[in-house]
Design a protein around this ligand. Structure first.
Ligand code: ADP
Ligand code: MG
Length: 505
């Protein structure tokens, strides 16, 4: 019995007790030009072993065998390998038996005196099984992305509530301090204020941790997106759904993150497929939109001819966890909306029950030059410029130091103003940029900057500010002042540093 299998060959397992019948089936399949290898079994133990060792792509089973019934074989295969397609062969299969077979999980049944149907039925069963597997994979991936999305929604909500709850902890101790001289009370107020600050920081860092750094934005050609979605849907597309792709010439592009934009189109396309259980047409289209405020807009449309939506559904479409599907997450459209809005765009929906649905993504057209292609990963920006970081918080100081030196800058770290002034002691050791904490207590940022300026510092200054800090209105002579809001996010720090150095030099 041939077991060796070439790449591209189908492995076909025959459950058949009459060897001559099996030979006939094999001959029919090979005669149709299919490349396949075969194994025949006729009892339970062999079947189980073959499912393991032979790993068939498809099982063909004779319904009426002597000792071992075809239905038994079906149950065994469904239990052991639920995804492997199972076809019944029979010379006598009646209508009732056929219905029973399909109900119990068979993929198809073929009458032996219709041999012409056999090869195409086998090919189709395998193709359908693979398409289902591929769709499950793509949907699983989206599901994972959407779980992360829900985590981030949760964290955003929690963080917002926490900040509100903690607000009094930050304010009340200040009020207490002016009302009492009692050192013990003052100390308690300080403890409470510190707890408030820590809680605040935790809420912030939870949020920025879950959100992660923003994905890099790049020039994304719409027809590349369409190609990618087509590729991902290929094999997934039910046979009764026609996919139409209309690109206007192929030059249209938007600014955004490629992976995220692809996720948007994939989400919309899968929703569209799920809305067309009886088949239909899925259209991906891009058009030039209007000009607004001097900017060209594009409209990317995902259109289906499916079941459509009623008014209550339309109303709640973009609410987190809203779904009308038994196994839906209700997060697909939420993440589409977030991504499109992060590109400065918006989504419009047109739909009516029974009349299909149209999602229009209005996005500003890319204004980046076509060439040269921007690098996808931001390259190290530093070329050895010297940076002095002054920050009393040790963790932030060392984080900033490490991150910036990884970008090719030369770092000096100082934990307070006095250390900073020592660092610039020989007057020719002036840094190109000073990063300082706007909340510094002993020597304020403004005072430190004017000290530095008096000693000859003529560079850029980047002030790290939280909501409470008031940046000095005026920078000392020769110093250009930039402000960066806390909580810090690394990519943002890199951009700000590069910009501060650029505008100054
Ligand atoms: P999910 O697909 O997990 O249900 P989504 O956020 O992607 O979550 O969609 C939310 C709901 O919007 C769906 O359950 C469905 O009721 C409706 N919907 C989305 N797209 C379509 C569409 N193309 N046609 C009909 N209904 C849709
Ligand atoms: Mg969805």
């Amino acid at each position: 019995m041939p077991v060796k299998t070439e790449a591209g060959e189908l492995r076909i397992l025959l459950v058949e007790d009459v060897p001559e019948d099996a030979e006939r089936v094999i001959a029919q399949i090979l005669a149709a030009g299919m490349r396949a290898s075969f194994q025949r079994v006729d009892e339970e133990g062999q079947l189980l072993a073959a499912l393991q060792a032979f790993q068939p792509d498809v099982v063909l089973a004779e319904l009426n065998m002597g000792a071992f019934s075809g239905f038994q074989a079906l149950d065994i295969v469904r239990q052991a390998q639920p995804d492997v397609p199972f076809l019944f062969l029979s010379s006598t299969l009646g209508e009732d038996a056929a219905v029973a077979a399909l109900q119990r999980g068979a993929s198809d049944y073929i009458l032996k005196h219709h041999p012409a149907r056999l090869p195409s039925a086998v090919a189709r069963a395998v193709r359908d099984a693979r398409a289902t597997g591929e769709r499950q994979r793509v949907e699983g991936e989206l599901m994972r992305a959407q779980r992360l999305e829900s985590l981030s929604l949760l964290a955003a909500g929690l963080s917002h509530d926490l900040r509100n709850i903690l607000q009094p902890l930050l304010i009340v101790p200040e009020l207490l301090k002016v009302r009492t001289q009692d050192p013990q009370l003052l100390h308690m107020a300080e403890v409470i204020a510190e707890c408030g600050r820590r809680g605040h920081e935790m809420a912030e860092s939870m949020l920025s941790f879950v959100r992660g750094s923003p994905r890099p934005s790049e020039r994304v050609k719409v027809h590349h997106l369409f190609e990618a979605v087509q590729l991902l849907l290929r094999g997934t597309l039910p046979r009764d759904v026609e996919l139409q792709v209309e690109t206007a010439g192929g030059a249209l592009a938007v600014d955004g993150n490629y992976t995220e934009l692809q996720q948007v189109l994939l989400n919309l396309a899968l929703n569209a497929l799920q809305a067309m259980p009886g088949g239909g047409t899925l259209t991906l289209r891009v058009d030039l939109g209007g000009l607004h405020h001097g900017r060209q807009w594009l409209v990317i449309s995902v259109i289906d001819s499916g079941i459509g939506m009623d008014a209550p559904t339309l109303e709640r479409l973009f609410s987190p966890f809203f779904t009308t599907k038994p196994d839906g997450t209700g997060l697909g459209l939420v993440s589409c909306k977030r991504i499109v809005e992060s590109c400065g765009g918006r989504i419009a929906v047109t739909s009516a029950p029974g009349e299909g649905t149209r999602f229009d993504l209005h996005l500003p057209a890319s204004e980046q030059a076509e060439l040269p292609q921007p690098p996808i990963q931001p390259m190290a920006a530093g070329t050895g410029q010297s940076i002095l970081v002054v920050d009393a918080e040790a963790t932030r100081l060392s984080l900033l130091g490490n991150a910036l030196s990884s970008q090719g800058y030369l770092l000096q770290l100082a934990s307070d103003g006095a250390a900073a002034l020592r660092a610039v002691e020989p007057a020719d050791a002036m840094p190109a940029l000073v990063i300082l904490d706007g909340g510094a207590q002993l020597l304020t940022a403004g005072a430190l900057l004017s000290e530095l300026s008096q000693r000859g510092f003529r560079g850029a200054a980047l002030l790290l500010c939280d909501e409470a800090c008031m940046p000095p209105v005026e920078a000392p002579a020769g110093v250009s002042l930039h402000v960066l809001r806390k909580p810090l996010e690394m990519q943002q720090v890199f951009r700000s540093v590069a910009k501060a150095l650029r505008t100054h030099g």
